[in-house]
Design a protein around this ligand. Structure first.
Ligand SMILES: Cc1ncc(COP(=O)(O)O)c(C=O)c1O
Length: 425
C-alpha cells in the first residue's frame, strides 16, 4: 500500500493502480474524523431517515451512476423517471394541470433557475433587467444572492418581524419600480419558520411581481406535516400568485445528494428556464438546467426513494422528525432557554433568554466537545437544529447534554468571549 502523505503534501496520480480493497479501507479511514451522522450526532448537512432508506437511495444511485440525463433520447428511462418525480412533486404541492418543472442538482440550482426564468420573462416583456431587484426576507437563503450575482441582478434583504417571519409591510415598502421578484421561504433555514406567503402574494399581485417560494427544506416535509395536523399558512401552488417553488429531494425527500425539483406554474414560464444553442459543429443543444451532463444516479435515487416510502412512509418519517423537534423544543424551554419564533416543522433555533450572561456559543462548544454537531444563528445568537427522523431516538440524550453544558458554562462564568463557532457552509 502507498505510504500515507500528509494533508498539505501535494497529491500525485500513483504510477501503479491500487487494489480496491485497500482503497476502500483508506476511504473509510479518511472519514474517521467526520461528524458521526450515522450515530445521529449531526443536525445539519445530512438527513437521516433510517438505514433502509439510505440503502435504497444508494442502490438506485449505483444502478444509474453512469447514465446521463443530458441525452433523453438515449436514456428514455431517465426522462421517464424525471417526469414522474416532477409529476409527483406537482401533485404534492397542489400545482395546476399545466404546471411543469425539472430535477436539478440542488436547492441552489433550483433557485438560480427560478431567478433566471423570472429575469428572462421580464426581459421578453421589454423590461430593462440589468440591476433589477429581488426583494426577500433577511432569513432567505444566500442562494438568491448567488443567483443575483451570476445573473446581473440585485437583492434587497428586508428585516423580519418580531416573530422572526417575513414582515409583509416592510417588504411592500422595499418594492420599487425595478423589482422583479419577491421571495418567501417555507420554511426558512435559520429558524424553520414558514413566511406568510398569502400576504407576500398580495404584494406580488399589486406590483405584478414573480413570487418564488423557497421550499427547498419544506417541499417534501410540509405536505406530510400538514397531513399530521400541523397548521401552516398556505405556502404552495394553492396560493394563486405563486410562480415557482424550489423543493429539495436531497433534504426531507431523503434522496441521495444532487437532487432538487424546480416547479413552474405553467409551461410558458418554464420556457424561460431553457437554454438553446446550435451555432457549433455538433448540432443543436437544448438544456433545461445549468448542467450539461446530468447524473442519472441522482434522478434514479430520487425516483426510487419516493416510490419506496410513498405517502405513508413519508408521514411516518415526518411524525418522528416532528416528535424530535417538539421534545427538544420543550426540553430546552424547560431549561429556561428561548426558542426563536414558533417553529412547527423539524427545524428550530434556540438561545439564551435576554440579559443572561451565559453565551449560547459556550453551550454549543460544550455540545460539540461531546460529539454533537449543529449550526448556529446570530443576532440573536442561538443554536440551530435541522432534525431528521432518526434524531427522535437521541432527543433525551441530547437534552441531558444541553443541561450539563449549560450548567458548565454557568460555572465557568458564561463564556461571553466565545465567538460564533461555525459558519454555515
Ligand atoms: C431554505 C433553503 N434554501 C436553499 C438551500 C440551498 O440548497 P442546496 O444546499 O441544496 O443548494 C438551502 C440549504 O440548506 C435551504 O435551507
Amino acid at each position: 500500500m502507498a505510504a500515507e502523505r500528509s494533508e498539505t503534501e501535494r497529491a500525485r496520480l500513483p504510477s501503479q493502480g491500487e487494489p480496491w480493497a485497500a482503497l476502500r479501507e483508506r476511504l473509510v479511514q479518511l472519514g474517521a474524523k467526520d461528524v458521526d451522522w450515522r450515530g445521529k450526532r449531526s443536525a445539519v448537512y445530512v438527513f437521516h431517515p433510517g438505514e433502509d432508506v439510505l440503502e435504497v437511495a444508494k442502490e438506485a444511485y449505483a444502478l444509474y451512476q453512469s447514465e446521463n440525463a443530458l441525452g433523453p433520447a438515449a436514456f428514455p428511462s431517465l426522462r421517464r423517471m424525471e417526469s414522474e418525480v416532477v409529476a409527483m412533486a406537482i401533485d404534492l404541492l397542489n400545482g395546476p394541470a399545466e404546471a411543469t418543472g425539472n430535477i436539478t442538482s440542488g436547492g441552489t440550482e433550483s433557485i438560480l433557475l427560478a431567478v433566471k426564468s423570472c429575469r428572462d420573462a421580464a426581459a421578453a416583456k421589454g423590461i430593462d433587467v440589468r440591476g433589477a431587484k429581488i426583494v426577500l426576507p433577511r432569513t432567505a437563503h444566500p442562494a438568491f444572492d448567488k443567483a443575483a450575482h451570476y445573473l446581473g441582478l440585485l437583492t434587497v434583504r428586508v428585516p423580519v418581524g418580531a416573530n422572526f417571519e417575513a414582515d409583509p409591510d416592510a417588504m411592500r415598502r422595499a418594492v420599487d419600480a425595478r423589482t422583479l421578484m419577491i421571495v418567501g421561504s417555507a420554511p426558512c433555514f435559520p429558524y424553520g419558520l414558514v413566511d406568510p406567503i398569502p400576504a407576500l402574494a398580495e404584494i406580488a399581485r399589486d406590483h405584478d411581481l414573480w413570487l418564488h417560494v423557497d421550499a427547498c427544506v419544506g417541499g417534501y416535509l410540509n405536505p406530510f406535516a400538514e397531513r399530521e395536523g400541523v397548521v401552516l399558512p398556505a405556502w404552495d401552488f394553492r396560493v394563486d400568485a405563486v410562480n415557482t417553488i424550489s423543493a429539495d429531494l436531497h433534504k426531507y425527500g431523503y434522496a441521495a445528494k444532487g437532487a432538487s425539483t424546480l416547479l413552474h406554474r405553467s409551461a410558458a414560464q418554464h420556457a424561460h428556464q431553457i437554454f438553446q444553442f446550435d451555432d457549433w459543429p455538433a448540432g443543436g443543444m437544448s438544456t433545461p438546467t445549468v448542467a450539461g451532463t446530468r447524473p442519472g444516479g441522482a434522478i434514479a435515487s430520487a425516483w426510487a426513494v419516493l416510490h419506496y416510502l410513498g405517502v405513508e412512509g413519508y408521514r411516518e418519517r415526518t411524525r418522528r422528525a416532528l416528535s424530535a423537534r417538539r421534545r427538544i423544543a420543550e426540553g430546552v424551554s424547560a431549561l429556561g432557554l428561548r426558542i426563536h419564533g414558533d417553529p412547527r416543522l423539524a427545524l428550530l433555533a434556540y438561545g439564551m433568554p435576554e440579559g443572561d450572561p451565559v453565551s449560547i456559543f459556550a453551550v454549543w462548544k460544550g455540545l460539540y466537545e461531546r460529539g454533537w454537531f449543529s449550526g448556529v444563528v446570530q443576532q440573536p445568537d442561538g443554536i440551530h437544529l435541522m432534525l431528521s427522523p432518526a434524531h427522535d431516538e437521541v432527543a433525551d440524550r441530547y437534552l441531558t447534554d444541553v443541561a450539563e453544558c449549560l450548567a458548565a458554562a454557568r460555572r465557568a462564568g458564561g463564556g461571553a468571549e466565545i465567538a460564533a463557532p461555525v459558519r454555515y457552509a
